[in-house]
Ligand binder design. Structure first.
Ligand SMILES: [Zn+2]
Length: 201
């Protein structure tokens, strides 16, 4: 670890033999091409943030019929194309799941708001599985704001067209089972509810 102008810098290379495995044909390469330097964001250590510099190897794939000529190594903590570590993304998502504000989490971990949002979506895709069938389905309508008039395009004669929004949501609840809220959709018309019901239940 180096400290430059008060900033801790951690320099890494990986010794994971799978890092040199071609993502297309799964052959482990021994033909190094060059190096690239990346800076994946990571969790703070002991309350302190450090700049992580990962020197990654770029490998050639020598398999004759492989479509990939070269690839950059990847490890489970930093999959290809990711600029954050897996453990950082997990911590961001869990923080929001615990009720913390997304902007506050972004500031606390020194990442952007969209980075937090992507982490939340990724965790949701893992945790929010399809619900089990239910014996008795309940529907709740909830209004979550006041009706408003909003501009919705322009008429041919140049006048602005307005639409009235009436923001309702319909929730589907497992009344006799223990699954609680199964899903929630915008609107409260039978068409909106039925369409989603067919997809979800
Ligand atoms: Zn290959």
């Amino acid at each position: 670890m180096l400290t430059v102008l008060g900033v801790k810098i951690v320099q890494l290379v990986t010794d994971d033999s799978d890092a040199a495995r071609c993502p297309s044909c799964a052959t482990v390469s021994t033909s190094g091409k060059d190096w690239v330097l990346t800076r994946p964001r990571d969790l703070p250590c002991g309350g302190e943030f450090a700049v992580v510099q990962w020197r990654k190897r770029r490998w050639r794939c020598r398999t004759v019929d492989c479509v990939r000529q070269s690839f950059t190594e990847q490890v489970a903590q930093v999959p290809a194309g990711m600029r954050t570590t897996t453990r950082l993304r997990a911590a961001l998502a869990v923080a929001v799941e615990d009720g913390r504000d997304q902007s506050e989490v972004a500031a606390a971990y020194r990442v952007s708001w969209p980075t937090v949002q992507r982490a939340v979506v990724a965790l949701g895709a893992v945790e929010l599985v399809e619900p089990e069938p239910t014996t008795v389905l309940g529907m709740d309508e909830t209004r979550f704001g006041r009706p408003r008039w909003l501009p919705d395009g322009v008429h041919d004669d140049g006048r602005v067209r307005w639409v009235r929004t009436d923001p309702w949501e319909t929730g589907f609840v497992d009344i006799t089972g223990d699954q609680a809220l199964l899903g929630q959709v915008d609107g409260r018309t039978s068409a909106e509810g039925t369409n989603r019901l067919i997809k979800q239940v």
